[in-house]
Design a protein around this ligand. Structure first.
Ligand code: PGA
Length: 249
């Protein structure tokens, strides 16, 4: 069985109650257009998860952008995977580079968060990616494979875990790696997953993220071992996001 393709939108710290109109538009576009050969996910800020999930927008799953590693307790301002499940989330992104950089999150913490996500029966999207300095130093594969090894828990399976490769220097910059560069990293990720999980490693979905837009999606998605996209800026407008989903139509 091939990995399931997924096009996921990460709204980051954007979106207000009025943004439900974007979800409505996306749902309409998905209904009217040719059926997409991929799953579609929107990860709005925490404040919108329950209202978006309650909309039951056809063919659109709702997810979160992070969670705490514990299920409950004295952690002011944090949100647990259990709460996210309760609010209607089906997926949780963990280890996004903005969390790793802004909040000093280590791969060990990302692994603990991923475990929390899996123990609630949700799917985790674990992000890995090198900085520009690391790429320039020629250590992309070392960095990315190291993050993968340390961030993915033992209980990961192709059904509960998705990996997103997001070069930090490509996020929000309009710059993207070449398709060959993406293929090189994704093939290395695939090989590492096969080494660790055996034949099951072939079924994990591997997303590319970083400045994906309608004009480059088809080419980036055509790279070997790329099974979808994690999209920031271009996921905020339903028409742009739908233009990326077009890569799977
Ligand atoms: P971008 O963000 O699409 O705006 O580059 C991607 C991400 O951070 O997931």
């Amino acid at each position: 069985m091939k990995p399931t393709a997924l096009v996921a939108g990460n709204w980051k710290m954007n979106g207000l109650a009025e943004s439900r109109s974007e979800l409505e538009t996306l749902s309409k576009l998905l209904k009217e257009g040719t059926e997409a050969g991929c799953n579609v996910l929107i990860c709005p800020p925490y404040t919108l998860i329950s209202s978006f999930a309650a909309m039951n927008a056809e063919s659109i799953a709702i997810g979160a952008q992070d969670c705490h590693a514990k299920a409950s307790g004295a952690h002011t301002g944090d949100i647990s995977a259990q709460m996210l499940r309760d609010a209607g989330a089906e997926y949780v992104i963990v280890g996004h580079s903005e969390r790793r950089a802004d909040h000093g999150e280590s791969s060990a913490l990302v692994c603990a968060k991923a475990n929390a996500v899996l123990s609630e029966g949700l799917r985790a999207i674990v992000c890995v990616g090198e900085t520009e300095a690391e790429r320039d130093a020629g250590s992309t594969l070392t960095v990315v494979l190291g993050q993968l090894a340390e961030s993915i828990p033992e209980s990961a399976t192709p059904d509960n875990m998705i990996v997103a490769y997001e070069p930090v220097w490509a996020i929000g910059t309009g710059r993207t790696p070449t398709t060959d560069d993406v293929a090189e990293v994704h093939t290395a990720l695939r090989n590492a997953l096969v080494e660790r999980f055996g034949e099951n490693g072939r079924r994990f979905s591997l997303l590319y993220g970083g400045s994906v837009k309608p004009s480059n999606a088809k080419e980036l998605m055509s790279a070997p071992n790329v099974n979808g996209a994690l999209v920031g800026g271009a996921s905020l407008k339903a028409t742009d996001f739908n233009g990326i989903i077009d890569a799977y139509r």
